[in-house]
Design a protein around this ligand. Structure first.
Ligand code: ADP
Ligand code: MG
Length: 291
């Protein structure tokens, strides 16, 4: 057992292997002592939280307020927060465990999704984000690393994770973490240079990029295809659907992607409208999706 872990945690849980890593820290497999029930434990150093020079103490209470809200969320496609252990330096968030890995790794391994399977997964993501938006929460960091799969099957349930807390991470440092790969970043964030002048419509853009990748197997913006820098491509909306890669994809699917990736956030489709888009009119698929 790791002796650096606080007793408030080790009294209740045993932590084992690392399940994943991200900007916030690591996520480890946890077993509840007694029941041996399995969870994922997200370990967040409070030093990560800083916004506009506010004191750590102020933020800590705001973060806990937000965690309380996140804990009350209930949707089949949103990762459930089961328990929270708060210590002076570190926050331990015990999450519902998902064992099928990240959508990111799946797309890489299968090359791309056929439209029928892609639709099933996308519908679940869209209904999860609509639920978050209805609850007043913007995800802010939608990417295939934050979409988890319930199983290794192609047709599987999905769970959206890693939402809500990114607003406590300085917009400047958010931008920096994105700077390596702004693949999923909405143009208005790049234009505002991290000053925070954007709305929940950023999630729609990011999910549009995810759908583009799922159905084609490649990202809409890339440094490899032109000399134009990535941020410039994004802000200018320089993406297209070349027939050679998109011949098997329906016009209806492409229409939805185009409506999600509209540069002006005010003109972008909303999640309520996405769920009513002709591409998602498929009752058999919805019955499977469980969302
Ligand atoms: P970060 O904010 O650091 O990106 P995440 O919450 O996205 O943290 O978690 C990082 C990675 O850990 C995820 O991409 C995923 O691989 C893994 N992970 C996170 N939550 C779970 C979970 N509930 N079950 C299984 N793996 C998880
Ligand atoms: Mg993440």
């Amino acid at each position: 057992e790791d002796s650096t872990l606080p007793s408030a945690l080790t009294e209740k849980y045993t932590l084992t292997r690392v399940l994943g890593k991200g900007a916030c820290g690591e996520v480890r497999l946890a077993f509840a002592k007694g029941s041996c029930e399995k969870f994922a434990c997200k370990i967040i150093s409070k030093k990560k939280f800083s916004v506009g020079g506010k004191s750590q103490l102020n933020l800590a209470s705001q973060v806990m307020g937000e965690v309380k809200i996140l804990k009350s969320l209930k949707h089949p496609c949103i990762i459930k927060i089961e328990d929270v252990i708060d210590t002076p330096d570190t926050l331990y968030i015990l999450l519902e465990l998902v064992e099928g890995g990240e959508l990111f790794d799946k797309v890489v391994s299968i090359d791309k999704y056929d439209e029928k399977t892609g639709k099933l997964l996308f519908y679940q993501m869209a209904s999860a984000i609509k639920y978050l938006h209805d609850e007043g929460i913007t995800h802010r960091d939608l990417k295939p690393e934050n979409i988890l799969l319930a199983s290794d099957d192609l047709e599987t349930l999905i769970k959206v994770t890693d939402f809500g807390l990114s607003k406590f991470v300085d917009a400047g440092s958010m931008m920096k973490t994105f700077c390596g790969t702004p693949t999923y970043l909405a143009p208005e964030i790049l234009k505002s240079a991290g000053t925070g002048a954007y709305t929940k419509a950023i999630d729609c853009w990011s999910l549009g990029v995810i759908l583009f990748i799922m159905l084609s197997g490649y990202p809409p913006f890339s440094d490899e295809r032109t000399d134009m820098e990535l941020p410039k491509q994004i802000v200018g909306g320089h993406f297209s659907f070349p027939k050679q890669y998109w011949k098997d994809v329906s016009d209806t699917a492409i229409d939805l992607i185009k409506k999600m990736m509209v540069i002006d956030p005010k003109k972008r489709i909303t999640f309520a409208e996405i769920l009513n888009h002709p591409w998602l009119k498929d009752e058999e698929m919805k019955a499977k999706a469980n969302a």
